[in-house]
Design a protein around this ligand. Structure first.
Ligand code: MN
Length: 331
């Protein structure tokens, strides 16, 4: 599988910008060199939230290391996404399986507390009905143009996170949606489809957790889509160079039972097409998050007499090839 050597050979790549990107003045222009071949997240330590990077020796607590060494390292995941901080020094620390990283800043992945990878995305864009079999179970024809809606950044959530549905007063038609999530690394307007994936920093497992009653209360789906913490993604943001994004197996498991199973090649609108389409109408910026749509198998698609909605205590796992497993529990 791609990504076995993640972190083992982190490499720098040039930060060239095209004339078009220069014209719109993306923040990436100041980025200089970019780390490639990485899987990043934010971890929670006694010092708070900080950048963590997966290495063959464990999860590197980059923020902790920076407090000691003061190398100007990036200290949050967003710093890497936007190209800020001393990426050369970080690349040196990650080289050769993180051989130069001090052992006291390498944590066992099983002991790591994961935090929100992008704390305050400027945009969280979602694509509806992006798999034909999911549109069909919803009784609809495949869309001819992408159906876009959004979550607010209060919906951000993380690996091993919880969603407190017992606190909500809305009717309890709670449903899962396994989705591939992408995070923009370079922004722009009118991004051509052919080069759109060059604008992606990386990919993660996502779950577009949904309240079906609220989703269908009006023609606008947003209310049922942007409950607090209803947009978890993680555990890792895997850099785009590691991911064959148009051929990834994806599953949703609920309490260990497989409910959804597909491959991203079955998306109606590819990641590149989604980026090109969105950027035709508004600017995309580094750190913007896109949920690319779910496949068939959601509870909403079951026959009415078979619909058993999610409840507190249920455990959801989004599993995507090369990206890992995102665990979320309802409380
Ligand atoms: Mn969705």
């Amino acid at each position: 599988m791609a990504g076995l050597g993640l972190g083992a050979g982190a490499a720098l790549s040039g930060g060239e910008a095209t004339a078009q990107e220069s014209r719109v003045g993306t923040r990436a222009l100041s980025a200089g060199h970019r780390l490639r071949n990485v899987a990043i997240t934010n971890i929670v330590t006694s010092a708070g939230l900080g950048l963590g990077i997966r290495t063959p020796r464990g999860v590197l607590d980059v923020a902790g290391l920076e407090r000691e060494l003061k190398l100007g390292l990036p200290t949050r995941a967003i710093d890497l996404v936007t190209g800020h901080g001393n990426q050369k020094a970080l690349g040196d620390l990650l080289a050769k399986g993180a051989a130069a990283a001090p052992a006291r800043y390498l944590l066992a992945e099983s002991a790591v507390r994961f935090g929100n990878i992008i704390e305050k995305p400027g945009k969280i864009i979602c694509v509806g009905l992006n798999y034909a079999a999911h549109a069909a179970e919803d009784g609809r024809a495949p869309p001819k143009e992408p159906i876009l809606f959004n979550k607010f950044n209060s919906a951000v959530n993380h690996h091993n996170g919880t969603i407190e549905i017992s606190q909500e007063t809305a009717p309890p038609k709670w449903d899962y949606e396994a989705e591939l999530v992408l995070v923009m690394g370079k922004g722009g307007r009118n991004i051509p489809e052919a080069s759109a994936l060059d604008h992606v920093f990386g990919y993660a497992c996502g779950n577009d957790f949904t309240n079906r009653d609220l989703q269908n209360r009006s023609a606008q789906w947003m209310l049922g889509k942007t409950q607090d913490k209803s947009g978890p993604f993680g555990p890792w943001l895997v850099s785009a160079d590691q991911v064959d994004v148009n051929n990834l197996d994806m599953k949703m498991l609920v309490n260990g039972e497989v409910r959804q199973s597909t491959n991203t090649r079955l998306m109606i609108f590819s990641c590149a097409q989604i980026i090109a389409y969105c950027s035709t109408y508004f600017s995309l910026e580094p750190g913007d998050v896109i949920f690319t749509g779910t496949c068939e198998g959601v509870i909403n698609g079951y026959p009415k007499d078979k619909q058993v909605w999610l409840k507190p205590g249920d455990k959801m796992v989004t599993s995507i090839q090369s990206l890992g497993e995102l665990h979320v529990t309802l409380t």
